[in-house]
Each structure stands twice: as structure tokens, then as C-alpha cells.
Write a new protein. Structure first.
Length: 289
């Protein structure tokens, strides 16, 4: 997997290990953390690793006119819930899509029935966009300071992202960690703000589960605005031609995001069986029209 992801040979893997790339040896085979491999490839500057190529493909929309991100769009939304250490039959609870207050709709819902092991939530979800840029000079300043601070976006395990202080001390960031820290700075400045989790849609045809988080903050006009800080940061890294999308991320909403009812450091789903192992959540979100 390491050679395929990094597009390199065994000798190059040996050099990376000698330089400190951590691994576990199992039955004589080296096993690497996928997050380590992704981050290494993302910042390799070779323009050939899987992370680099995937990143450019995923964000190619950010260089286009934003009009397409503001139109109404419908998604076939399915979430697979898995309780890998299940302790018995019990109800499931998913932090469901919270799109109605943003002008969208949820229809044809199939709720997960009480059971064991796994379950599925399905719905047809309509999203839309709206230009509602942040007005507050204070919020704009704090957001700009964060974006210019030089934190390096990385793939980080979700439980670690909740420890946003540690993540930023390491010079790293992620969508959840960034949203939690920015929301805290907004609150310290006297604004009502909360980090919220959700889903980023249409990734590789819906086959890739991509966690998402943003900040909801009450602006000076009394309206709730959404700041998608991580997407603005990633778009800026991609190209200067993404400036319109970066601005869209600062207060407006766009149709590739489905917010949930989960706060930034909360789980997206629970199984009430009593197992201490967190439920695994994998989304499959495909464009209908």
C-alpha cells in the first residue's frame, strides 16, 4: 500500500523508514499508518503521489465560477453505521442532516431500526447555496489571522482532532480542529459561535467518506453565518484562481455541504448497546441532479 500511495519503490520506502517514518512489523511485514502515508504524499511535492493527485481532483471545482455551487442540488444520501464491538440489540442514533434551516430539504427517510452490528440511514437530500458573506470586521480579522498562521492541514484521526489545542501546538490543523479553535476565538471576542460537523458531498462519486466541519457564528447583522475554514485553507493551497471560492467559504453556504446536528467534537452516531467502542460511520453521497 505504501509504494502504491507514494508512487515509489522499496528502496525509497527503506529511506523513509530510516528517516523516521513509523511502522509496525507484523509477521515480517511492515504496516504503516494510512494518515502518515497520506500526509507524507500530500507534501512530497512530487506531483505524482495518490494524495497529491486526489487533492487536485477533489478541489478542481474550487477554480470554477461559484454559480454552480449556489444552485439547488439533490443527493442520494446513505450512511452505514457499524458497531464493531456490539454488546447486543439496541436503538441507533444518528446526528441527522440539519439542512432545512439552510433552505434545503430532507425526504424519503429510512431510519435505522434497532438491531445489532450494523444499520443504514438513507434519505434524499436537497441542498442549495446562498451568498451571505461575513460582515463583522472582527470575525474577518480573526479568520484572516488563522489562515495566515501557517498551520499545515493534515489527515488526523478524528478523536485526536477534538484535542484541537494539541493539534495546533504541533503546527497542524484539520477541519474539526480548525473549526473548534476558531469557534473558541470567536466566543472569546464576544460572538455566539459553535463548531458543527457534517458531510462534504460528491467526493469520488460518493464513494469516499470525507468528514467535514465548519463554524456557525452569529454575525453583526444578527444572522447565522457559516465559515468553512478548512476548505478555504485547502483551496488557497491549490491555486490563486480559487479566490472566489475562498470568499464563499467565509460566511456563505454552498451545495456540496450537508451539515448535521452534531457539534464539532461529538460523534456522528451512537449505538445504545453499551459498547465502549465508537460507532463507525461511512457515508455514500451521490448526486441525483
Amino acid at each position: 500500500m505504501a509504494q502504491e500511495m507514494l508512487r515509489c519503490g522499496p528502496a525509497e520506502i527503506d529511506r523513509l523508514v530510516a528517516a523516521g517514518l513509523p511502522f509496525e512489523e507484523r509477521s515480517g511485514v511492515r504496516h504503516f499508518d494510512p494518515n502518515d502515508l497520506y500526509n507524507l504524499g500530500m507534501y512530497s511535492n512530487t506531483a505524482k503521489t495518490q494524495p497529491e493527485l486526489t487533492f487536485r481532483m477533489l478541489f478542481r471545482f474550487a477554480s470554477r465560477p461559484v454559480d454552480d455551487l449556489l444552485r439547488t442540488k439533490t443527493w442520494d444520501f446513505q450512511v452505514r453505521l457499524e458497531c464493531t464491538d456490539c454488546a447486543g440489540e439496541a436503538p441507533w442514533r444518528l446526528e441527522e442532516p440539519d439542512i432545512v434551516r439552510y433552505g434545503g430539504s430532507v425526504a424519503d427517510v429510512t431510519e435505522p431500526a434497532p438491531g445489532t452490528g450494523s444499520a443504514t440511514y438513507a434519505a434524499t437530500i436537497t441542498t442549495t447555496g446562498a451568498l451571505t458573506p461575513v460582515l463583522s470586521p472582527v470575525l474577518r480579522r480573526l479568520t484572516g489571522e488563522y489562515l495566515s498562521a501557517g498551520y499545515r492541514w493534515q489527515m488526523i484521526p478524528v478523536p485526536m482532532q477534538a484535542d484541537y489545542g494539541l493539534v495546533h501546538e504541533l503546527g497542524a490543523t484539520s477541519c474539526i480542529a480548525a473549526s473548534l479553535l476558531l469557534a473558541e476565538r470567536f466566543r472569546n471576542a464576544g460572538y455566539r459561535a459553535e463548531a458543527k460537523r457534517g458531510w462534504f458531498c460528491g467526493v469520488l462519486g460518493g464513494a469516499l467518506d470525507l468528514p467535514h466541519a465548519c463554524v456557525e457564528v452569529e454575525d453583526d447583522d444578527g444572522r447565522l453565518k457559516t465559515i468553512d475554514i478548512a476548505k478555504a485553507q485547502l483551496a488557497a493551497r491549490l491555486s490563486a484562481s480559487t479566490s472566489a471560492f475562498q470568499e464563499l467559504c467565509l460566511g456563505s453556504i454552498y451545495n456540496k455541504v450537508i451539515p448535521s446536528t452534531a457539534s464539532g467534537n461529538a460523534a456522528l452516531a451512537y449505538h445504545e448497546c453499551g459498547s465502549p467502542t465508537p460507532v463507525q460511520v461511512r457515508a455514500d453521497i451521490r448526486s441525483v441532479r
